[in-house]
Design a protein around this ligand. Structure first.
Ligand SMILES: [Zn+2]
Length: 75
C-alpha cells in the first residue's frame, strides 16, 4: 500500500521536457542541453519575428502618414 503511494507520488512529481515532451525531473525544464538550446532558439526566433512585424507595422503607418501629409501639401 505504502509502496503504491510512493510510486503514485513519483508519477505526479515530474515534468515534461518543453521541447520534446519527455518526462524529466521536476527541477529541470528540459531533458537535455540540445532541447534547451532548441527551445531558446525558437523563442528568440519568435521574438525577432514579432519585432520585425512591429517594425513593418510602424513603417507602414509612417509611410501612410507621409502620403497623407504629401497629399495635403499638394492640394
Ligand atoms: Zn527533450
Amino acid at each position: 500500500m505504502s509502496r503504491k503511494k510512493s510510486v503514485k507520488l513519483k508519477i505526479v512529481d515530474h515534468r515534461h521536457c518543453m521541447t520534446c515532451g519527455r518526462a524529466i525531473p521536476p527541477d529541470k525544464k528540459f531533458c537535455s542541453e540540445e532541447c534547451r538550446m532548441k527551445y531558446e532558439e525558437a523563442r528568440m526566433r519568435e521574438r525577432r519575428m514579432r519585432k520585425m512585424l512591429w517594425i513593418i507595422y510602424a513603417v507602414m503607418i509612417g509611410a501612410l502618414l507621409v502620403m497623407i501629409m504629401l497629399r495635403a501639401m499638394i492640394h
